[in-house]
Design a binder for this molecule. Structure first.
Ligand code: O7M
Length: 214
């Protein structure tokens, strides 16, 4: 794991052996590794503990439940050693606050806008309200689209100095340098890295491009 890196690897592989090897090979070049349902369902929740031995792990469950259920899930994620956890904010302040309270030292990132085209149907029209709900709940940072500069800039303006992590790079059309220029602190990258013929090389290139912006 690299403290100075602005890259977060999205480890959405379903081949568990390959995922673990890739996590180990790329961890020196990224700030954190994000695990989502695909790898957790294939490998089991212990994958969080396993990767936490050598990297920060952000557990991307996109929690969106009532406060009690959110709390029960987050307590388990915390026991497994994750560094961060991701929750939806549209469910409201009480549900999100339950995540923050159960998280303890874990960082909580809330989703305030998304990167896929359908996000404009509903979610991305409400990012200001979702930021306000998230701030009142006490989150550490936000998830905002790295492939939608207009929305990302608006979110950065409202978010002040809070951390923003941004997916949508590569396979979803975004560019890592443009995303950071528009306000992302970290970019989340999956397929552009793990589908490359040389994933470590691509991860190093992204890391280097972003470090030149500092
Ligand atoms: O780089 P990709 O497109 O292969 O993968 C992007 C990752 O980011 C993948 O794990 C998605 O689930 C996640 N993601 C989005 O692509 N868009 C969003 O709006 C939000 C997320 C995300 O990480 O939310 C926490």
């Amino acid at each position: 794991m690299s403290d100075g890196s602005r890259l977060i690897l999205a480890l959405d592989l379903v081949d568990v052996g390959r995922a673990l090897r890739m996590a180990q090979d790329i961890s020196p070049h990224c700030f954190a590794i994000k695990v989502n349902w695909p790898i957790i369902l294939h490998a089991g929740p212990q994958i969080i503990r396993e990767i936490s031995r050598f990297s920060r792990v952000i557990c991307d469950l996109k929690l969106a439940d009532i406060p009690n259920t959110n709390r029960l899930i987050v307590e388990r994620v915390r026991e497994l050693g994750a560094w961060g956890v991701i929750a939806h904010s549209f469910v409201g302040q009480d549900s999100l606050r339950a995540v923050v309270e159960a998280a303890g030292d874990m960082k909580v990132f809330s989703v305030v806008a998304m990167s896929h085209p359908g996000a404009s149907d509903l979610l991305n029209r409400f990012h200001d309200m979702l930021i306000d709900i998230s701030m009142k709940a006490g989150v550490y940072g936000f998830v905002a689209p790295g492939n939608n500069e207009a929305v990302l800039r608006q979110i950065r303006a409202r978010a002040g100095g809070m951390k923003i992590i941004s997916p949508g790079i590569g396979a979803q059309g975004g560019d890592e340098v443009s995303a950071v220029a528009a306000g992302a602190d970290y970019v989340i990258v999956g397929r552009k890295i793990y589908q490359a013929s040389d994933p470590v090389k691509v991860a190093m290139e992204i890391d280097q491009r972003l470090s030149m912006m500092l």
